[in-house]
Design a protein around this ligand. Structure first.
Ligand code: HEM
Length: 413
């Protein structure tokens, strides 16, 4: 496949049937920093015009993704945000109030204000509760002998945990699910459209502001109480800053883990020998979770913007160019991983980049790991003979490696 036949990595349809691993392999081998053309402005829906999308550099090798991620002075998350899409100026200003779209020193100051909440020691304290919630979810389906793994199991655990963590009442957790789908699935006709994504964001902000007011008056042991008391540059956070952090947590802590769990179960169905190994030796659960994050790579890419003329692996990059780092490609890089195309639950070492690397390394990685280890252990004990029982439906997105539906069946108990 010569580079001119590489499909556009901007178009969600390119990922509609899964990640095109053959394309990424070719790029890693032949053109590791590749120019993906942009597209002109277009009307997405009546009255909603998507601005012109500039072309961007596609960074595919592990070493280069790492180097870009670790150099925020040269490759900024703030200048054009960490999202590939070019935004209208007013949207850009709003997004820059969110931690993931900041550079040091603002980024470090804000991250430090909530870091304690995500430290291994704090997360370990939640383990007992995560176990209870996991049992409750699996109990809810075990007698049925079949379910939609995505909606009935994978979506439920991160939602229940996130709701408790943020201070959202349990019975309202499905609102978080709904907002995430409408915001992240805006390219997927099953989930949303640009009007609806805007409406979802307004609903989310309103909800967050109300919750913040409630916690100002009556602080509890949750993240919203931490946020309303957090200090940045000697002042309390403004409503918009709190709303943007709430928005980030809802999105980042929810569908990433959902898709990692779904991708993991799918891999264990595709590689029955690895499932048997895991059932035989439960001590492999920890490396298996790392391998699932490598294999599925739930977040396909994030973007940086060059702050001055530079180069990556010999390719000249101009100031203001968009540089998009592909974690899923880095995670299959044969230069780093032996048998990169094999799913190996005992893989060691496994220096995958599924949670990113550098300043913005996933703040929720400890939580995601704990949820995945506990849920996987429970599934392999309670319903170990699960198998895929119908079509697996992929989300149309150029950003999230999403699974929308995955029917499974198993022996009821
Ligand atoms: C398997 C599940 C997950 C995956 C694959 C994942 C992936 C990632 C990646 C790749 C980044 C780096 C972004 C960048 O460099 O620009 C990131 C950042 C982040 N993640 Fe996760 N994530 C997961 C779960 C979670 C959870 C459960 C939470 C919170 C409850 C969370 C919160 C965050 C936050 C707040 C950031 C931004 C950190 C910063 O800007 O300093 N993530 N995640």
């Amino acid at each position: 496949m010569p580079p001119e036949t590489i499909p556009s990595l901007l178009e969600p349809e390119t990922f509609a049937h899964g990640v095109p691993h053959d394309v990424f392999k070719q790029l890693r081998d032949e053109c590791p920093v590749y120019w993906n053309p942009g597209r002109p402005a277009r009307e997405r829906a009546v009255g909603i015009v998507e601005p012109e999308q500039r072309g961007f550099w596609v960074v595919t090798r592990h070493a280069d993704v790492t180097a870009v991620s670790k150099n925020s002075e040269l490759f900024s998350s703030e200048r054009g945000t960490a999202i590939n899409a070019d935004m209208r100026p007013q949207d850009l200003d709003m997004f820059r109030q969110q931690m993931i779209h900041m550079d040091p020193p603002r980024h470090i100051a804000l991250r430090s204000s909530i870091n304690d909440f995500f430290k291994p020691k704090t997360i370990r304290k939640l383990d007992g509760r995560v176990r209870e919630l996991t049992r409750e979810i699996v109990d809810g389906v075990a007698k049925r002998g079949e379910c939609d793994f995505v909606n009935d199991i994978a979506a439920e655990l991160p939602l229940l945990v996130l709701a408790e963590m943020l201070g959202v009442p349990r019975e309202e957790r499905r609102i978080l699910f709904d907002w995430t789908n409408r915001l992240m699935g805006l390219d997927d006709p099953d989930y949303g459209n640009p009007y609806d994504a805007q409406a979802a964001l307004m609903e989310l902000f309103q909800y967050s502001a109300q919750l913040a007011n409630a916690r100002k008056e009556d602080p509890r042991d949750d993240l919203m109480s931490v946020l309303v008391n957090a200090e940045l540059d000697g002042r309390k956070l403004e409503y918009m800053e709190i709303n943007m952090m709430f928005f980030l947590m809802v999105i980042a802590g929810n569908e990433t883990t959902r898709n990692a769990l779904s991708g993991g179960i799918r891999a264990l169905c595709d590689f029955p020998d690895q499932r048997a190994r895991l059932i035989e030796d439960p001590l492999l659960i920890k490396p298996a979770v790392e391998e699932i994050v490598r294999w599925h790579s739930p977040v396909m890419q994030f973007r940086r913007t060059a702050t001055r003329d530079t180069e990556i692996a010999g390719q000249a990059i101009a100031e203001d160019d968009k540089v998009v780092i592909y974690y899923g490609s880095a995670n299959r890089d044969e230069r780093v991983f032996e048998r990169a195309d094999e799913f190996d639950v005992g893989r060691h070492p496994n220096p995958h980049l599924g949670f990113g690397v550098g300043n913005h390394f996933c703040l929720g990685a400890n939580l995601a790991r704990s949820e995945m280890q506990i849920m996987l252990g429970e599934i392999l004990t309670r319903i170990p003979d699960f198998e895929i029982a119908g079509p697996v439906e992929q989300m149309h997105s150029n950003f999230i490696h999403g699974i929308k539906r995955m029917p499974i069946r198993f022996t009821a108990n």
